[in-house]
Design a protein around this ligand. Structure first.
Ligand code: BDR
Ligand code: CA
Length: 318
């Protein structure tokens, strides 16, 4: 499977990248970067470092947007979750390479997708939907030609993780997510309903100490900060970490491990409201009296991950 990975590394993004690199089913055409866990510039530096450390310096890295789709500056940087370097304050990011010059992430996505049959390329978006939505604006035809997008975002039947309403990736750019989910592309969204059931324990991380693998040792080291965040944010006995972004990579090539339902997804984009960034899924079970915002053309095709074979997924990660 040919993929472009759009990412804000980030601790779980780092796990996701190594999973993609170590999976023979996956061919990475490029990595594009975005703000979220860190600034866009830091995400670019970290993506370059990870690809070098993981033995794939040949994969092109293209720097993405420094603003949201509507032009707002990068906000809500999650340094308290991932450290101010995105690597749990381990200060390890020291890449030799540089990003592809003179090209935006959106331009790279359009060029790369159109160099193939769009149905053959999956964009795996592990941060906000900004770069992908910008690419869709540049070439809306990609959606009609069957481009596949897997987005890590949203919280449908569970609370969000930045506030009760919103999940972080959608919260950072609600307009981009709403535009992507309504684009008509073959979009699958995997949110906290599923990823908060995928939990790597401190014991799992300790077990990794027996390896001589520089890449997995790196993941273990940067994850300490992330585990401490979970202990603070959830509860002290919650000693481990959610595997959000790796789950989106796995969903792209092992959909058999997930249950997907199809319907319309909308994002609350009202500014200043309590529920900005909330994702609402209409599985189409009921016949609504007033539901125009959900039923307008193109909005019926989004796949939403609603269940998971958690043991099967965690076996792959381990
Ligand atoms: C998402 O937010 C980020 O912290 C993670 O990398 C993941 O993409 C989970 O809400
Ligand atoms: Ca991420």
């Amino acid at each position: 499977m040919k993929v472009i990975i759009d990412t804000d590394p980030g601790i779980d993004d780092s796990w996701a990248l190594l999973l993609a690199i170590r999976s023979p089913e996956v061919q990475i055409l490029g990595v594009t970067t975005l703000y979220g866990n860190v600034t866009t510039k830091m995400a670019t530096k970290n993506a370059l470092y990870l690809l070098e450390l993981f033995g794939r310096p040949d994969v092109p890295v293209v720097q993405g947007s420094e603003t949201s789709l509507t032009g707002e500056p990068q906000n809500h940087i999650a340094d308290f979750v991932h450290g101010d370097d995105g690597f749990g304050n381990t200060r390890r990011s020291n890449p030799r390479g540089t990003a592809v010059p003179g090209k935006t992430a959106a331009e790279f996505i359009v060029e790369t997708v159109n160099a193939h049959d769009p149905r053959e390329v999956t964009v795996i978006a592990l941060a906000s939907a900004t770069n992908v939505a910008m690419a869709m604006r540049l070439d809306p035809g990609m959606a009609k030609r069957g481009l596949r997008v897997v987005h890590l975002g949203g919280a449908f039947r569970v609370n969000g993780n930045v506030n009760p309403a919103a999940e972080a990736n959608v919260f950072c750019d609600p307009e981009a997510a709403d535009e992507l989910y309504g684009s008509g592309a073959d979009v699958t969204v995997i949110g906290l309903d599923v990823t908060e059931r995928l939990f790597l324990t401190r014991a799992d991380l300790d077990a990794m100490r027996t390896t001589n693998d520089e890449s997995t040792n790196f993941l273990r080291d940067i994850s300490e900060f992330y585990v401490q965040f979970h202990e603070r944010a959830v509860e002290p006995s919650f000693s481990g970490m959610f595997m959000h972004d790796p789950a989106a990579v796995l969903l792209a090539f092992r959909p058999d491990l997930f249950t997907i339902e199809r319907g319309a997804v909308r994002v609350e984009c009202e500014k200043g409201a309590l529920c900005r960034g909330q994702t609402v899924f209409d599985e189409g079970v009921k016949r609504w009296t007033f539901a125009n915002a959900w039923t307008e053309e193109g909005r019926g095709r989004v796949g939403v991950a609603v269940d998971v074979d958690a043991k099967g997924v965690m076996d792959v990660f381990r």
